[in-house]
Design a protein around this ligand. Structure first.
Ligand SMILES: [Zn+2]
Length: 287
């Protein structure tokens, strides 16, 4: 645990960052003219030939058609301010999500222009990808994103490009339970890193070997309890990564509600956007 100590706003014990991924309608698709089929598939159907996977496409659409309304209802019921990590194209296509986000308490963080393999882009194309995503999200939601999440893999240039494009924080990091100043290759200025978590991600209920919702809930609550206890002595944050097509299914959404109901009994939890965490950290801790 890092020695850097400072209070969260309102002297909160823990900053809880609920992360709602919106990537549906922007994934790889032969129907969109892509050369590959979306490799992330609930049934693990990995096609090495360019065959259209209608089943997976429609399984993604479920997130927009049905999942988002369930997730949004719980965020509203428990008054959670979340960070939506959104692929820009998804917001261009999913009016129901975009109109919910416009003017809301939630933050929209860029998850790329599309949910594609950013690490295959050269630096010029990657810069364009970053800029196009920010331009599009500003247009659809009315606010320019200040944070970035790649589709897991990114390049040695990504962080410097984000800094040059005016981004405040980067979340492609899993190395800590608190924000920190991270080195930027090719720059003499650091950048705020707001680390993410894979272990509590609802993806664990989608891909084999998958957790049951009850396992996922237990794991999330145990993570919360540990970080909440440690938060008495040092700044701690927890990330809970969700996907509309995953947690938004009727058999899984209840686990999210049980988690929120558990947290609601605990005093001094800051339902923080990642932007809020990054801004607070940057104001408290010298680079
Ligand atoms: Zn994602």
């Amino acid at each position: 645990m890092s020695n850097t100590t400072y209070p969260w706003p309102g002297k909160a014990r823990l900053a809880l960052s609920v992360v709602v991924n919106v990537e549906e309608l922007s994934e790889y698709s032969i129907g969109e003219g892509d050369k590959i089929t979306e490799p992330v598939d609930e049934l693990n159907v990995s096609l090495h030939k360019p065959i259209r996977n209608y089943g997976n496409e429609s399984n993604y659409r479920y997130g927009i058609n049905e999942g988002h309304a369930r997730v949004a209802a719980l965020l509203d019921k428990y008054q959670v301010a979340a960070t939506y990590t959104a692929a820009a194209l998804s917001l261009e296509r999913a009016d129901s999500v975009t109109s919910y986000l416009r003017g809301s308490r939630h933050e929209v963080c860029s998850h790329g222009y599309r949910w594609i393999h950013q690490f295959r882009l050269g630096p010029d194309a990657e810069r364009r990808f970053i800029r196009d995503a920010a331009d599009s999200i500003e247009k659809t939601t009315g606010r320019r994103p200040v944070g970035w999440l790649s589709r897991y893999l990114h390049t040695a240039d990504t962080r410097r490009l984000l800094q040059e494009e005016g981004f405040l924080y980067h979340m492609d990091d899993y190395s800590a339970d608190a924000p920190f100043w991270g080195q930027v290759d090719g720059s003499d200025q650091p950048m705020v890193i707001v680390p993410y978590q894979l272990d509590t991600n609802d993806m664990k209920m989608w891909l084999a070997p998958s957790y049951l919702p009850s396992h996922w809930l237990e794991y999330a609550i145990d993570s919360f309890d540990t970080l909440y206890a440690e938060g008495a002595h040092a700044p701690r944050m927890m990330s809970l990564g969700l996907h509309l097509r995953i947690i938004g299914r009727p058999g899984r959404i209840g686990a999210f509600e049980k988690f929120l109901a558990y947290v609601a009994q605990k005093p001094d939890v800051w339902y923080a956007t990642r932007r809020g965490i990054a801004e607070h950290f940057a104001a408290q801790v010298a680079r």
